[in-house]
Write a protein that binds this ligand. Structure first.
Ligand code: SF4
Length: 280
């Protein structure tokens, strides 16, 4: 079934399996393919390069409507292991409000004692705190790239606003859920230095999650076209700088070295080094 709504192409599909092996955990679960949030730096677009070769990332979502039936069978059959929700989409993107596929799958996995790692950019995820509250084997994280809502609107146009994500993570911590904050990807000249970076570390200090991760912007499949197009609207002078940081090895190595220094300094000033995990 194909729906057209404000430029978004939705397709209900049936898949043959739903719990896949993952490099990030033992398994990953993706009840949706494609992500309506449409973050311009999103690395997940590689996952749909063959199924949606000519469609803009963020403009389509495949809704895997048989995910709840499959997870019942697969969770019972497979060896329990850590499951990341979701790895190549956001499990709580807007369609989840109607379809509730991620919620149904999560419930089954918890019933079968699978450890779960959740990461999202959607405030909708708090709907499912009733399922994960009190589970020792669930980690829940929110990702933020910047605390500035205008900037977020440029780079993550349909994800929940940063303050909403911060609020949801705070709420999770307050009810005893193990939490982490993912800072990334840090945007060169925007959120990787100065006030932009300090604001992010201030949020970590304020929320005080169990740990926090930091990542740089990486030159992954398909990102240059959308990142450079967004920069041309935001600040065209940054385009050559980004090109060097992403694709010139010497510049990238030096950038990485300096970035590690800046983050570590900021973390030290706030007593956060022991909670910090650099992804680069
Ligand atoms: S929320 Fe995550 S999966 Fe969705 S577009 Fe943004 S970075 Fe990609």
């Amino acid at each position: 079934m194909v729906h057209q709504r404000s430029g978004l192409r939705l397709r209900e599909v049936r898949v043959r399996s739903i719990l896949s092996p993952s490099r990030l955990a033992d398994y990953c679960l993706n009840p949706y393919a494609g992500c309506e949030h449409g973050c311009v730096y999103c690395y997940a677009r590689f996952a749909t390069r063959f199924s949606h070769p000519n469609e803009e990332w963020g403009s389509f979502v495949d809704i895997r409507i048989n995910a709840p039936q499959l997870i019942e069978q697969e969770a019972a059959r497979k060896r329990p292991g850590k499951v990341i929700i979701s790895s190549v989409s956001d499990g709580w993107q807007p369609q989840e409000e109607k379809y509730r596929l991620t919620r149904q799958c999560l419930e089954v996995l918890l019933n079968h004692d699978y450890p779960i790692l959740i990461q999202s950019k959607s405030a909708l995820v708090q709907r499912d705190f009733d399922l994960i509250e009190g589970h020792p084997d669930v980690e829940f994280g929110m990702a933020i790239t910047t605390v500035d809502p205008k900037l977020a609107n440029f780079f993550e146009p349909r994800a929940s606003a940063p303050d909403a994500r911060i609020e949801v993570l705070t709420k999770a911590g307050s009810i005893g859920i193990r939490t982490f904050l993912f800072l990334g990807p840090l945007l060169p000249y925007i959120s990787d230095r100065g006030k932009g970076l300090m604001d992010l570390l201030d949020v970590v200090a304020e929320i005080n999650p169990d740990y926090f991760l930091v990542d740089r912007l990486n030159p992954r499949y398909g990102i240059w076209r959308t990142v450079s197009a967004t920069l041309s609207r935001y600040d065209p002078e940054l385009i050559p700088e980004y090109r060097k940081i992403l694709y010139d090895k010497q510049t990238r190595d030096w950038y990485t070295f300096k970035l590690r220094q800046r983050i570590t300094d900021q973390a030290k000033q706030r007593g956060l080094v022991s909670k910090m995990r650099l992804c680069f």
